[in-house]
Design a protein around this ligand. Structure first.
Ligand code: FES
Length: 198
């Protein structure tokens, strides 16, 4: 599964776009605190659902206001208020797991590449940073030989690639008091990498 963001950055009511190569997803969190990940595309006319808004605990498309419940089924079509939308109208749903302070998405075409980091106990999200550097350069700096993450006793580093030439790095720590120092370390890493590559 691919780490696409930090759990602390997705609160109830938030809508978060993410992308891994050519697969855009939209993440959102419902009133029960459950995170969802869908293809970032409305099944009506293809508008990005990440441009939408929340209504009645449903992700609602910005264009014509179709409302989608947590299973991705369309429940309301405002232009036809008495219509019960057929079950075939639904979004493409991806599995999403929250672990070690991060959101991990099972992208259909790339899920087999990496397992979730086997981190135990409490982890605290530090930050997600976009680095203007190719994935292979970022991997070398983070000493990530394969897979999407590197785990030590107190630090988890994970990455995904929103587009060629840009790498998103996510970081979590097991000691909450270490967050500031870890954030500074990550910022320094980004500055150094961009200096080398650009
Ligand atoms: S494009 Fe989404 S409701 Fe029409």
């Amino acid at each position: 599964m691919i780490p696409v963001g930090l759990s602390i950055d997705l609160r109830h009511g938030d809508i978060m776009p993410a992308r891994h190569y050519d697969e855009p997803v939209v993440l959102w969190r419902d009133a029960q605190g459950i995170a969802h990940a869908w293809e970032d595309r409305c099944p009506h006319r293809g508008v990005r659902l990440s441009l939408g808004f929340m209504r009645n605990d449903r992700l609602t498309c910005q264009y014509h206001g179709w409302q989608f419940d947590r299973d991705g089924h369309c429940r309301v079509i405002p232009a036809h208020p008495s219509l019960n939308p057929p079950a075939t109208i639904r979004t493409r749903v991806y599995e999403v797991v929250e672990k070690a302070g991060m959101l991990w998405v099972d992208f259909a075409n790339r899920g087999a590449r990496a397992a979730i980091a086997p981190a135990q106990g409490n982890w605290y999200g530090v930050r997600s940073l976009a680095i203007r550097a190719p994935e292979n350069e970022t991997r070398a700096s983070l000493v990530l030989e394969e897979g999407q993450w590197r785990l030590s006793a107190d630090r988890l580093l994970a990455l995904h690639t929103p587009q060629v030439g840009i790498t998103m790095v996510h970081m979590a720590v097991s000691d909450e008091s270490a967050r500031l120092k870890a954030a500074q370390w990550l910022t320094h890493l980004r500055d150094t990498l961009e200096e080398i590559v650009c």
